[in-house]
Design a protein around this ligand. Sequence first.
Ligand code: MN
Length: 677
Amino acid sequence: MQLRFIPQTVFKPKSSQEQSLENLLEKIQKKSSRAERALVRKAYYLAEDAHKFQKRLSGEPYITHPLAVAHLLADLDMDHEAICAGLLHDVLEDTAITRDYLEKEFGPTITQIVDGVTKISVLKSKGSETAQANNIRKIILATVQDARVLIVKLADKLHNLRTLSFHTPEKVKRIAQEALEIYAPLAGRLGIYKIKAEMEDLCLYYLKPEEYQKIKAAIAEKKANRDERVNKIIEILQDKLREEKIKAKLEGRSKHFYSIYKKIYEQKKDLDEIYDLTGVRVLVDSVQDCYAVLGIVHTLWNPIPNRFKDYISVPKSNGYQSLHTTVVGPEGKFLEVQIRTFRMHQICEYGIAAHWAYKEKENNLKSLQEQFRLLQNIATVQEEGGDAHEFMEELKTNLSVEDEVYVFSPKGEIFSLPAGSTVLDFAFRIHTELGLKCAGAKVQDRLISIRTPLKSGDQVTILTSPHVQPSPNWLRFLKTPQARAKLRAYFRRNEPTEAKIEEKKVETKSTKTIESLPRKSKIKKACEPIVEFYGETNLPHRLARCCNPQPGDAIIGFITRQHHLSVHKKHCPALKALTLSSENISRLVSVHWRGENQEAVLLIEGEDRPQIYLDLVRTLAEAGANIIEAKAETSHDGKISDTFRIEFDSEAHLEGIIVALKQIPGVSAVKMLSPDA
Ligand code: MN
């Protein structure tokens, strides 16, 4: 058995005995024609013959390697051209076969893929870094033309990593390091998480064997307990789904070793903390079912605020789509739930390769070009006589950013931003003034709000308005440190001038309040101590002396018998005493500091129909409302009452959101509940 030391992998590695040409052909039987299978057979025999005098370090015949690569590609559901290229991937480099011969026998497409993965021969004197740089540059440029070049290369690298233990320890470390820094992130760029995860686990195994074993042992120890918990949850949820007649596949979810490693050693988290977090995945047939399941999950268990992510309405830049939510599951333990369609799941695991399987090459090419535009730029610039070391450093830096989005200005200039960056981040990136006056943006003729996250390929026209007032609220959703810094600088500039501060200091010297104020008050100063009540800021009010609320404190209003609005801290004991009588309770009103974040709880009532939950969530997302919490209830007579706790920018914004919700067919009423409920 040659595949010694193989860590627990995502792909179940099969021994070389099981991998034959015959079972390769069997794997692709369903989705290939007789002629295509004949070509695969021909590629195999040519490769076998060309490599016949070569052996792998393990002592096996060399053909076992290209055959294993072809099997990996078949497992990814790749087409026959990629599989032929996989079988032939080493013939140009290592044998007497020429490019012309390949082209004559297999045509230009397969030849181009093989050529793309073939290393450029470089004089030894030029150094290994130059060779490495040239090869990776070549692969990137070829990949922009045909993604299968990189996919074949990734399968090649993965099989090499699986069988690394026959090399010297130094070489093992070098190859694993390269895979971890370059190939695993490239797999991520293509969205092929299945390969990325296994590569990272193998690299961890070779580079940090001790840590790898520690994690492995710890996981094994907790496994039984965890499995039991997951099974119980799956049972509860499955029963409920059956009741609602939703066909779904449920599975437990485990993190791969490298992601656990990163959390423990980079984010300094406790293994218990990471691993106690139970994860369940629900796969369904349609988008409509996704939202229905979400509603059911939220009725079974209470959702945790701020942990709901709708990647179906707003997919990640590499195409990832799913609903994520975290709820308080049985025994009070947090439960992470991912909900997606089978099709989305396939794309989550296979990324761009999944598009190939579905013959969506057009689609594919576009998203590929978006993903690779920046890498291509780096490669092209460097081709014109750049330094190899510089190229490698720039490439690694670029790849080390887990997720990036690439967006275009109206003039077609490209900007890269961290994933999750909003319209406002982009506005600040172009110019500070543009950020400070940003009112929204136009993307492909659609109007979107300042807090909408951007997607790769978006062409963004920033809209400005002289009425825009920068708000400290913005800090809540700005993603980039640069934009946050620019906004903070603006608030500092607009603080009371030095002279005024001096004046105040004199006034209050005896009480020393200025000195004793905490530093964070710098930003708070920008929210004036004016309270707002349903958008009205001029109403007569006073800050209650009993608790002396300061901007930033949670506050509540009390209407006095003199019809004044008295503002208390939310938990003021004096107020509590005052509101013991039920008559006084009705005098409480919700108020907040102007410029501070505003929350509302909307209760939506109406007739149940397919997709209504989807329409609600989409409408909220499109209107720029940030959903913090969602709960869905459906009565037996088909009435829905769904509640959403949302964040909004202004009263006008909230009004717009409510109007949009009321227009959804089936919705009969949208009510505001007290946000303190
Ligand atoms: Mn190879």
